[in-house]
Design a protein around this ligand. Structure first.
Ligand code: HEC
Ligand code: HEC
Length: 293
């Protein structure tokens, strides 16, 4: 039995225990801690009475408020499904114009479309739809195959150079590799194409080259890209006079494109997505270009 002992410095009683020469003062539990313990115990008691708490053998105490989280979740789910069914039907049956005019439906389009885009399209076009080298930017409102939800829906259904029997076909021939143009002609026409969107690329030194390139362009390229180079959405030939490039507008990339050709591939979404999902994505992609979020 420890003898009652006082700490010589503070004059407090000690507990009498000793650990390696260290002794503990025998002080009361601080009032704040005591109040905390009492209040939390009372709170627990009240909670046991009000809420479901103690497990019994086959059931549990239900509490006088009779709340049931599982039931609440079930009710929420039913409500959410009913709401989803309502807007799904509106999207399935509405025309693009009707949906676009309905701000509530467009909110659904933006959130559901964003999710569908992330799941199916972001791998190629980027999470923000801005594309990257070899994959077009979908937010620039500059279209290879035409903007607006109808055209975009068609692109999604058919795909581009895809397995779909009516696929959109994008064939930029390999003029150099297939020996339709010689090396000089390829360089000349690339220089001409570069000058279309970049006035700084035309200098007094290369006027003759650009002129020769223009001749090649008019005989060889204009059938698809147009005499003015502004492209043709019927064949997916890009506008070559603007700042938007799928592959790149610098001279070396232009030479590579004209030498080796380009055939972009985009899968058909006809079987993978429902018609309603294609509709939502078309409106969503269209909004990326038009609304500039
Ligand atoms: C495997 C890669 C890949 C995936 C996945 C993909 N795309 Fe594409 N997409 C492309 C390529 C490549 C092109 C350009 C093809 C060409 O050369 O014309 C393209 C073109 C498009 C175009 C036409 C752009 C224009 O300027 O006319 C749209 C619209 C489009 N994609 C939307 C989508 C949507 C929506 C999805 C998701 C459902 C998607 N893409 C998934 C590769 C892909
Ligand atoms: C048969 C039609 C056709 C002809 C002829 C044609 N093109 Fe193209 N061109 C296309 C198509 C389609 C694409 C898009 C290919 C893709 O992305 O799948 C394209 C893409 C390009 C691009 C890439 C643009 C970018 O955004 O990066 C350049 C540059 C280009 N063509 C230049 C030329 C030049 C120069 C000629 C003539 C020597 C030419 N094309 C002749 C159909 C054609």
């Amino acid at each position: 039995m420890a003898v009652e002992e006082r700490d010589p410095v503070s004059g407090q009683k000690t507990t009498g225990h000793e650990w390696n020469g260290i002794k503990e003062l025998d002080t009361a539990v601080p009032l704040g801690v005591l109040i905390f313990i009492v209040v939390t115990h009372l709170w627990a008691l009240v909670w046991w009475i009000l809420m479901p708490t103690w497990p019994l053998i086959t059931t549990h105490t239900r509490g006088i408020l009779n709340t049931d989280q599982r039931k609440i979740v079930e009710q929420d789910l039913v409500a959410a499904q009913a709401q989803r069914a309502a807007w799904m039907k509106a999207i399935e049956t509405g025309t693009f114009e009707e949906i676009q005019a309905n701000e509530d439906l467009m909110k659904v389009v933006r959130s559901t479309g964003h999710q569908l885009f992330g799941d199916n399209c972001a791998a190629c076009h980027g999470a923000d739809g801005k594309g990257r080298a070899n994959y077009p930017d979908l937010t620039d409102d500059d279209w290879l195959w035409g903007g607006g939800p109808e055209k975009i829906a068609e692109t999604l259904r058919l795909g581009i150079n895809s397995r779909h029997q009516n696929t959109r076909v994008a064939q930029m021939p390999a003029f150099g590799r297939d020996a339709m143009l010689d090396r000089t002609q390829v360089t000349n026409v690339a220089t001409y194409v570069q000058s279309l969107s970049n006035p700084a690329a035309s200098t007094p030194q290369n006027v003759a080259q650009i002129q020769a390139g223009r001749e090649v362009f008019l005989t060889t390229c204009a059938a698809c890209h147009g005499e003015d180079g502004k492209g043709n959405r019927e064949v997916g030939a890009p506008n070559l006079t603007d700042q938007f490039w799928v592959y790149g507008g610098d001279l070396q990339t232009l030479i590579n494109t004209i030498h080796g050709g380009r055939q972009g591939h985009m899968p058909t979404w006809d079987e993978r997505l429902t018609p309603a999902e294609i509709k939502i994505l078309s409106l969503y992609v269209n909004s990326l270009g038009v609304e500039k979020p």
